[in-house]
Design a protein around this ligand. Structure first.
Ligand code: ZN
Length: 55
């Protein structure tokens, strides 16, 4: 079952997260690393994010 992240405050699924990426020469592309901050809501900027099972 896939999960999605949802804002507890406004119910938005527009969740953002700042990631630390590094350049991978073999991939010739940016590779995402670990999150540098907790995920936050793109609509109301709340940090109250919950994991829910997607339909
Ligand atoms: Zn929100």
């Amino acid at each position: 079952m896939p999960t999605e992240k949802r804002c507890k405050d406004c119910g938005s699924t527009e969740i953002h997260c700042q990631m630390l990426a590094h350049w991978d020469a073999e991939e010739d592309d940016w590779v995402m690393g670990t999150p540098v901050d907790p995920p936050f809501c793109g609509d109301c900027h709340s940090f109250e994010i919950e994991d829910v099972e997607a339909d």
